[in-house]
Design a protein around this ligand. Sequence first.
Ligand code: C5P
Length: 207
Amino acid sequence: MQVTIDGPAGVGKTSVGRQAARSFSLLFIQSGQLYRAMAYAKKNGLTDKSVKLSVDDRGETHLTIDGEDVAEKLETEEIGDLASQMAQRREVRDGVNDIIVEESRDKDVLVEGRDIGTVVLPDADLKIFLTASPRERAIRRHKQLGGGRTVDEIEKEISHRDERDKSREIAPLKPAEDAVIIDTTSLTKNDVVNKISDLIRRRAANP
Ligand code: C5P
């Protein structure tokens, strides 16, 4: 089964996606991490080709740049912003999409991002689009980052990044026509995971 979860920054795609993927033994792929890795590679004078995604024996994905696991270094807002700028370029999107399509082929996967249901896996079995108000997303990100910047600053940044993602010419952020839209503003993480799990179960029962 192929499941896609798309939505704006800070909506919880990664945390709920990871949990749902574990429950149903789906390979979990974070496309945003790939864009961040492309940004990190560029910033450090490395080529796109140095970014590799691999799957270990336990079915966990590992992202390396030039052989080094840099997962933690990708989480900064600076890299997020650079990723969102680079994500406007066709050659960067093609490179990321090729990696995802290759890793998803003939596998049960859950892939999260901005354009997975619309562009990357348009024939996916189940497409989900998560939304939440910008304020709520900024509060969640603030908790996750553990201080440093204020909620107001984070809200401004994610709104700016959303605007760029929604208005770009190639693969803009938007729900697929056949996506199930879930507004998570007043839901807990567990509520969202339960809703997604129900949808996956129902889809698996009606292939
Ligand atoms: O999801 P995350 O915030 O890690 O993604 C970083 C940036 O990568 C996003 O702001 C977006 O511009 C870009 N991205 C994208 N398409 C995807 C996933 C991420 O354009 N499928």
